[in-house]
Design a protein around this ligand. Structure first.
Ligand code: NAP
Length: 290
């Protein structure tokens, strides 16, 4: 938000349930203020059963230009939109919607957000097998991203055999033919020995959870030069990343993914470059003051 709300103010927002924890309003309103635009970004708490009514109803409010979606709406929103772009179809989830004419068009900026910090790293991705812990919504974006990087094989590890089978089926039908394998949790040591990048796409270790998705001795199985990437951004760093740093690995947390998926969404809504550094600084400030 850049100043007063006027009769002309355009609205962006985030739909979720709950949504009060979201940091998106903080970073988007900082960018909007820095650009001096007549926009505001607000939270929309919408229970699952009300999502169809909300998507239809918000279309009538002409000042609403677009919105993000977070848990639990990223998949359920898809059939409610007028168009879903190919990247979101391949992931099977939409996190950003834009009003184009009188249509809601959905895309997925999580894939590019996840990739942003990896593109800064010099790495021969074709020689880097990926190991992904977890098979939820974020894991789908991670798999699509690892495919884009060119990882020769993507191993996804989960605790529920039935869900893993469903994950494999959903991903292979949505993405072109590639080397995706699913494994039970017990396979982790064997997979880590040859991994180039290990990604935690579970909530294990988030906030006050004292657990880690793998043990320190499992972490030490990763080859030197491997990358450990935790999608979690609270706490910073997570125990998972502390263990990775202790092993001398390259460690990346989820904050850059959060910032970049947001910046890419804002750029799409506004049709202009956005001040990503302002978004980064505002989020970092939020972390240091809370
Ligand atoms: P989700 O859809 O709920 O998926 C969570 C996954 O973790 C599921 O596969 C779940 O397995 C697994 N899991 C949960 N607890 C587990 C445990 N104790 N042991 C083994 N597996 C466990 O959540 P999501 O949306 O994918 O998000 C995952 C994480 O990524 C969250 O921490 C979220 O905050 C983070 N995230 C970060 C960003 C970012 O911008 N940095 C973006 C999206 C998500 P089951 O299916 O068997 O329960």
């Amino acid at each position: 938000m850049s100043g007063s709300i006027l009769g002309t103010t355009k609205i962006l927002g985030i739909m979720g349930f709950p949504v009060s924890h979201s940091l998106s309003p903080v970073m988007h309103n900082a960018a909007i203020a820095s650009l001096g635009l007549d926009y505001v970004y607000v939270p929309f708490p919408i229970p699952v059963v009300d999502l169809p009514a909300a998507i239809l109803g918000l279309k009538s409010i002409q000042s609403i230009q677009g919105f993000n979606l977070t848990i639990p709406h990223k998949v359920e929103v898809m059939p409610l939109l007028d168009e879903v772009l190919p990247i979101a179809r391949s992931v099977g989830a939409v996190n950003t919607v834009k009003r184009i004419g009188d249509r809601w068009v959905g895309t997925n900026t999580d894939v590019a957000g996840f990739l942003a910090p990896l593109k800064e790293i010099e790495c021969d991705w074709k020689q880097s097998p990926a190991v992904v812990l977890g098979s939820g919504g974020a894991a789908k974006a991670v798999v699509a991203a690892c495919l884009e990087l060119g990882c020769p094989v993507i191993h996804v590890v989960g605790r529920d055999a039935k869900k893993m089978k469903q994950f494999h089926g959903a991903m292979t039908s949505q993405l072109r033919d590639y080397n995706l394998r699913v494994h039970p949790w017990a396979s982790i040591p064997h997979l880590l020995e040859v991994a180039g990048i290990l990604i935690n796409a579970t909530p294990i270790g988030m906030a006050n959870d004292p657990h880690t998705p793998i043990t320190q001795s499992e972490m030490s199985l990763l080859p030197k030069g491997a990358i450990a990437y935790d999608l979690i951004y609270t706490p910073r760093p997570t125990k998972f990343l502390q263990m990775a740093a202790a092993r001398g690995l390259r460690a990346i947390d989820g904050l850059e993914m959060l910032i970049n998926q947001g910046a890419i969404a804002l750029e799409w809504w506004l049709d202009q470059p956005v001040p990503i550094e302002v978004m980064r600084q505002q989020l970092q400030l939020t972390f240091t003051t809370r």
